[in-house]
Write a protein that binds this ligand. Structure first.
Ligand code: ZN
Ligand code: ZN
Length: 718
């Protein structure tokens, strides 16, 4: 049988994920000789042996790749056999030039590590920082590339002999696992009372209704016994968080299923290596304190993703509330000193350790939608995973994102790197995350932007940042960016009828858009239709107080009775257009409906009125309210007010509020359908028969996805 030698190149996320030991084991198992190594482009290998064995090697290379590897391309070429005597791992060359290899995301503790964690005979038994090439911290500890221990926050921990032996053994699961460690040489857990057994002492505190600050992977969390009414209520009060739901961490799928309905898609999300918080329908009578998620039919649940979480939950033996360590809307704290200062008034004790967190990274949030994952916040576990964008980025670029739920995006070649959730760019701390994050990503992925994309809103801090850079700038309208983001998420280019219903986005005419039907491609769009504009009496005050929108839309007498003191002033303001910008926002339409039904007259967090209106809606009700769509010259206008008058009429007729809420939602859906039908006639290039509906999946449909949309729009223009 003939001997062949094949050179193989593997590109994608293939470094720091155990790829070389995998190749080593695969090649030696098949009796092949040759070599494998890392370089700037990824992994290279040469394999030599019988042709059949080499083919088998190539087949298994992709099929059996390590769990964290993301192979984007494998290329092979035949070379002359050299009769190499064995298979070796080649030394890494000095790394200069363009970096094309990719840093992986933080990953939940793997099954092998969990086995060792539970094994009394293992030297890492109950060690809260156990990890291996297949799991553990990555993005949150990386200070620079190449991804090597000295450039991570594990640098101060010198490996003991046994860890070093594993690290250098190509046959070991910890071969070149940069954060590897053990109780003899790695980070240590500490409780601030100096307890000998910090873990069990911490669990004991939780069991007694105390609140614990816990240092996690991307920041500090606040933990409390999820079933303890007093503990969760105290946490809410100390955190100054009035209504926004807290997430719950449950030990495993079975424990999650005790609290909420978990279908197959949700189970896959819960147990995925990214371990997001998954929004699930709450079970009636779930053993969770009322204060966890007041007035909410859903519960955000996640499973443990660090060894510390596994150990803490095992010691506590019941679910715990685990929410970001911060005060009200500030970003999650991640440095030890600031955690002490910020959280000392909230937490009764601190469970910490001495491994630094380099990048602040919140938990991701997801839900399943028709059996497909839908990310609502793309952060820990996903970032900095590249998003492949088929249309590509001929010039390297930076997109600065929106103002709320900000993310930014750096892009080059076929890849977009969307940042972790940065947050609302309204305080200095978040702005620092934004500017430092951009610098960090630039270094990490070696992208030097030649173009910058930004929102049209002149007052967004992300816009101001973009315009201060000395780069050609591309302004991208907010809702166009939403639709382009959806296109990129689905690998499409359009043209499409894009429907963007949200709270606020700056329009090309200087008014506030937010109930938009756009005929859009990546490069450009036409505003095909929108909700009929209404005044927002008091501007931002109308966002905080939904009753003002009910006043502006309908002048409803019942809402007037509840707000007699300000009523005439607000009505006059709206009528005269004083401090009352016009808006076509869908968010404000939902606000008005919520106020009409007495659901909410004032909000404590963004989108609260709409969220609670949705929670109220009776799932068994099929009726819908009609709304006229008026076509004329220019964009058509959909009369949202029609829906609100129908709400008032049913309310007067004493129809139950959950039925009205359902009919309102279906009315909005019908309005969207009618708008699309109307627009289809004007968009001749659209497919003649039927629609294909594209929705977001990999990036959030909210403002967290804006940066990707800006990036793809700017790329097609430049
Ligand atoms: Zn592991
Ligand atoms: Zn060690």
């Amino acid at each position: 049988m003939s001997t062949v030698r094949t050179a193989v190149r593997v590109e994608g996320v293939v470094q720091g994920v155990g790829f070389r030991p995998f190749v080593y084991a695969l090649a030696t198992g098949l009796g092949l000789t040759g070599l494998v190594g890392n370089d700037l482009d990824g992994v290279f290998a040469e394999v030599e042996g019988p042709a059949a064995a080499v083919s088998e090697f190539l087949r298994r290379l992709e099929r059996d790749a390590p769990p964290l590897a993301r192979i984007e391309r494998v290329s092979t070429r035949a070379i002359t056999p050299v009769s190499s005597p064995e298979f070796v791992i080649a030394a890494s060359e000095a790394q200069t030039g363009l970096r094309r290899t990719l840093v992986s995301a933080d990953t939940a503790t793997c099954a092998d590590c969990l086995r060792e964690l539970a094994d009394p005979a293992d030297r890492r038994h109950e060690y809260p920082f156990i990890n291996c090439t297949n799991c553990g911290p990555r993005f949150t500890i990386v200070r620079d590339v190449p991804y090597d221990r000295p450039l991570t926050t594990m640098a101060p921990f010198a490996m003991c002999e046994r860890c070093a032996a594993e690290y250098h053994d190509p046959a070991d699961r910890r071969f070149h696992a940069q954060p590897t460690c053990c109780p003899a040489c790695g980070p240590r857990l500490a409780l601030d009372d100096g307890s000998e057994d910090p873990l069990h002492a911490a669990a004991e505190l939780l069991r007694h209704g105390r609140i614990l600050a816990v240092k996690g992977l991307g920041g500090y969390h606040l933990a409390a016994d999820a079933a303890c009414e007093q503990a969760v209520a105290t946490l809410r009060q100390r955190k100054h968080r009035e209504d926004k739901p807290f997430a719950v961490m449950a030990a495993d799928l079975a424990a999650a299923a005790d609290l909420a309905e978990v279908d197959a898609a949700a189970a896959a999300l819960l147990t995925s290596p990214a371990r997001p918080i998954v929004l699930l329908p709450r079970r009636p009578g779930a053993a969770v304190a009322h204060a966890t998620a007041p007035a909410n039919r859903q519960l955000g649940i996640m499973l443990p993703y660090t060894p510390l979480h596994h150990l803490l939950l095992a010691a506590l033996a019941r679910p715990m509330v685990l929410t970001s360590g911060n005060v009200s809307d500030e970003p999650i704290v991640y440095r030890d000193g600031e955690a002490r200062d910020t959280l000392k008034g909230i937490a009764d004790a601190f469970l910490t350790h001495d491994r630094a967190i380099h990048v602040r990274t919140d938990d991701s949030v997801a839900r399943s939608f028709r059996g497909r994952p839908m990310l609502l916040r793309r952060s820990r576990g996903y970032v900095p995973g590249p998003l492949a964008v088929p249309t590509g980025f001929p010039r390297p670029l930076l997109a600065c994102g929106a103002e709320l739920k900000n993310t930014f995006c750096l892009a080059r070649g076929g890849h977009a790197f969307v940042s972790q959730h940065i947050g609302d760019l309204e305080n200095a701390e978040t702005l620092r995350s934004f500017t430092e994050g951009i610098e960090h990503f630039r270094r990490l992925f070696d992208i030097d932007p030649e173009v910058v994309a930004h929102d049209l809103h002149p007052e967004y801090l992300s816009t101001k940042y973009a315009l201060e850079l000395d780069l050609p700038a591309e302004g991208v309208q907010h809702h166009h960016a939403h639709i382009a983001s959806c296109l990129a998420d689905n690998g499409e280019q359009g043209p499409v009828i894009g429907v963007a219903f949200d709270g606020t986005g700056y329009g090309t005419d200087g008014t506030i858009w937010g109930g938009e039907f756009l005929a859009a491609g990546l490069t450009a769009f036409e505003r095909g239709g929108h909700l009929a504009p209404v005044p927002m009496p008091g501007g931002a005050a109308a966002i905080r107080q939904p009753w003002r929108m009910a006043a502006a839309y309908t002048g409803d007498a019942e809402v007037a009775r509840r707000h007699q003191d300000h009523w005439s002033a607000v009505i006059a303001m709206a009528a005269k257009g004083i401090n009352s910008p016009l808006t076509s926002s869908a968010g404000r339409l939902f606000d008005a409906a919520a106020a009409l039904l007495g659901v909410r007259d004032a909000i404590n967090y963004e989108g609260q009125a709409a969220v609670e209106l949705e929670q109220l809606a009776d799932p068994g009700e099929a009726g819908e309210y009609p709304a006229a769509v008026e076509a004329g010259e220019g964009p058509f206008q959909a009369r949202g007010a029609d829906l609100l008058y129908a709400v008032i009429e049913d309310r007067t007729g004493r129809v139950p509020a959950p039925v009205i809420a359902a009919r309102f939602h279906h009315g909005v859906a019908a309005l969207i359908e009618n708008g699309c039908l109307l627009l289809r006639a004007t968009v001749t290039r659209l497919e003649a028969r039927g629609f294909r509906v594209l929705v977001h999946s990999r990036v959030p449909c909210n403002d967290g996805g804006i940066s990707l949309g800006q990036a793809v729009v700017a790329a097609t223009r430049s």
